[in-house]
Design a protein around this ligand. Sequence first.
Ligand code: FES
Length: 165
Amino acid sequence: MQFPESTLARFAKEVAKYPADQKQSAVMACLAVVQHEQGHVSVEAEAGIAAYLGMPAIAVHEVSTFYNMYNTQPVGQFKLNVCTNLPCALRDGDQALAHVCKKLGVEPYGTTADGVFTVQPSECLGACADAPVMLVNDRQMLSFMSNDKLDELLALLKANAEVAK
Ligand code: FES
């Protein structure tokens, strides 16, 4: 993939933070730049980043598929990551994910037909004592998500999505 000059300038700014012989250290930042601009990181974009940083495309793919925050497929306006790792699973994390999926009519990793929500299970978000825990759009952490709180959240986000359109 060929990136526009503006994207390459952002890549260069990230690469400049590392020693000249370690520009591959900027791989996560470059992935974040592409996702910010394109909404997700395609295989073609990974190849473009790999070429820019002088590293194998598979090494870039290993990074993009290791972290929940990178979208390797297009996602909805609101990406909901519900933690189902063991400590949360023992305190209704699985149930919270099932509730969200049922409420939105999607399977895990699915996106609603209107493109508003994508629902994904998540690995540990570092707040195990607050289970059920979830993350909205990789930024906002929400704790103690009972079914009632999940219902409130979905209604609020849906209302905001309609305002945004
Ligand atoms: S296991 Fe869910 S936040 Fe740690």
